[in-house]
Design a protein around this ligand. Structure first.
Ligand code: SF4
Length: 561
């Protein structure tokens, strides 16, 4: 096991191009390595990851460093290689805690690779006191940590700002004792902590869960997702600035959390409630920092276009010579003023997510927009001469029919027709469709719904492409349906799915072989419509919305057609 000079140089080169990273003395009482299971270029644009980094470092007794999934050149020499932290190039096994930030299920296989590259045993039961405590947080495990239960000592369910201070205080309050002792204490005292080894899950013969019980009466039966009631008491903005990342031209500032719209497919719309906005006054110092950095101000949040002071925020930035970067906007929230802001700030492509084209399907998913909203957006964009638009659609939605797919083709043609008719024949110079498969997620009203088959999804994407083939200025992008099966499995699975993950790791990510060897019916999790009254793997988490509410929402969606 060695730390190569190349690897060390790579860390030093990255640090040399960063501003504001923190490097504390190695002697701190609690040393945490924050891990992102994707490469540096991707991970450094994750505002949540950066927020946790600075939150831990702000604790006087803690040190936090970072590690990312390594570039392919290192993977080719993996036997002679160990992963090290960026800041001090210490091996991961030398830290007290290895904490993964997990936003996407498709990153899970890389967790096992990172543990293996760090020479840390993959399974929690095989890690004695000499190894770091391996923890995880983030939206993916907040929704459903169970497929990862075998590999993690601990999950933190909910928002970091709400859980970490108490957790770090407890961890630094006494010298590191036996790991089991610490874990028991954490489970008893830290709201939102979940130590999977302290809970027993039983299933019946057909694989359905019968119970998920704590091993002792003093551990909570329900793990309550933690969230911050007032996000105006702190700021969430970019900490480390580097050009070596996806959004390197932006300075990211969080303006809202949660969303109250309740689109039935959307985890953020249910499991991150309630909606909270940062007020404009509170945001001003962050906005000024962004302008001084000469970066576009990237406004981050699940409901950015619902922010009641969005126009004032954007005007504040632009009046001071700054630029605004916005993600996808709701189509019923584009006012003339906002369209004018998009134009003035030089945003070339306006992005929206109608998700479905027929009104019936939009009602099924509770999208809350109609054709009038869509055409009103087209009118405004044309008026301000914004001639590129990107639209997100989903395929494989509950109750979807071939007519709903035809409706996508027809709507796009109508959009272009409308745009031409009010712009002297010019229309959109580029209309990009991004087609993604609907993947059921835990803690949403569609959590009981099966994934649509890959064959059907492929056919539907093909139909959309064919239907729009003659549209010169329309481009159709789509994801690869075969990876969606895996994402659904990791999102909806229970502890048995962890055994598949382990087998796939052993077999060099050959999932087909892993499915054959493990004799676990993966379709049971992915393609089965779950019963409303069955216990789901994540039911032990109180996400903040009652199961009765989710059931009613699901049943309401089914009555629409
Ligand atoms: S899709 Fe957008 S608007 Fe709908 S609930 Fe999710 S974040 Fe809110």
């Amino acid at each position: 096991m060695s730390i190569s000079w190349n690897q060390k140089k790579r860390c030093l080169d990255l640090l040399a191009e960063e501003q504001n990273f923190t490097k504390k003395l190695w002697g701190q009482s609690l040393k945490i390595c924050l891990a992102y299971p994707n490469d540096y270029h991707t991970g450094m644009s994750n505002l949540g990851f950066q927020t946790i980094y600075s939150l831990i470092n702000s604790h006087p007794k803690c040190l936090c460093e970072r590690v990312f999934y390594p570039e392919s050149e290192y993977l080719s020499t993996k036997n002679a290689f160990t992963l090290v932290s960026i800041e001090s190039q210490h091996a991961l096994a030398e830290f007290d805690i290895l904490a993964f930030s997990l936003s996407f299920e498709n990153d899970y296989p890389r967790i096992l690779e990172m543990l293996a590259l760090s020479k840390i045993p993959l399974k929690a039961t095989e890690r004695g006191n000499g190894y770091p405590l391996v923890a995880a947080g983030g939206i993916a495990v907040t929704l459903n940590p169970e497929p990862l239960a075998d590999f993690f000592d601990l999950f933190l369910i909910g928002e970091g700002e709400a859980i970490l201070p108490g957790f770090l205080d407890l961890m630094t309050s006494a010298p590191m004792r036996k790991k089991e002792e610490f874990l028991r204490e954490i489970q008893k005292n830290i709201a939102g902590a979940y130590v999977p080894s302290l809970y027993l899950v039983t299933t019946n013969e057909d694989g359905r869960i019968v119970s998920h019980d704590p091993l002792k009466a003093d551990y909570p039966t329900k793990i309550v997702r933690q969230w911050v009631h007032d996000i105006n008491v702190f700021t969430t903005e970019q900490q480390i600035i580097t050009k070596n990342t996806e959004l390197g031209n932006m300075y990211l500032i969080e303006v809202s959390r949660g969303c109250g719209r309740g689109c039935r497919f959307c985890a953020a719309g249910f499991a991150c409630r309630p909606v909270r906005f940062r007020n404009f006054e509170m945001l001003k110092p962050s906005l000024l920092t962004a302008i001084n950095q000469n970066k576009a101000v990237g406004l981050v949040g699940t409901a950015v276009s619902d922010h009641p002071e969005l126009v004032s925020i954007c005007r504040f930035v632009m009046d001071r010579g700054g630029r605004i970067a916005l993600g996808s906007l709701r189509m019923d929230r584009l006012s003339f003023e906002m369209a004018s802001i998009l134009k003035e700030s030089g945003i070339e492509t306006a992005t929206f997510g109608p998700e479905a084209a027929s009104q019936t399907l939009r009602d099924v998913i509770h999208k809350g927009i109609n054709d009038e909203d869509i055409f009103s957006v087209v009118d405004k964009l044309m008026k301000f001469d914004i001639d590129k638009m990107k639209l997100y659609f989903m395929v494989g939605l509950p109750t979807e029919t071939a007519e709903d797919i035809e409706a996508i083709v027809s709507l796009v043609k109508k959009i272009q027709h409308r745009a031409r008719s009010i712009s002297k024949g010019k229309g959109f110079r580029m209309l990009t469709l991004s087609i993604n498969q609907f993947i059921p997620k835990a803690a949403t009203p569609f959590q009981w719904h099966p994934l649509e088959s890959t064959a059907v999804v492929k056919k539907r994407i093909k139909n959309i492409k064919e239907g729009l083939r003659t549209e010169k200025y329309v481009r159709v992008n789509h994801d690869l349906p075969k990876w969606n099966y895996l994402q659904a499995l990791l999102a909806l699975g229970d502890r048995k799915v962890g055994k598949l993950l382990l087998a796939a790791h052993r077999l060099n990510n050959n999932w087909a072989q892993a499915f054959r060897e493990m004799n676990i019916n993966a379709d049971f999790y992915v393609y089965r419509r779950k019963d409303i009254d069955e216990i789901l793997p994540w039911d032990f988490i109180d996400h903040g919305v009652s199961k009765t509410f989710l059931i009613n929402e699901y049943l309401r969606s089914e009555k629409i057609r």
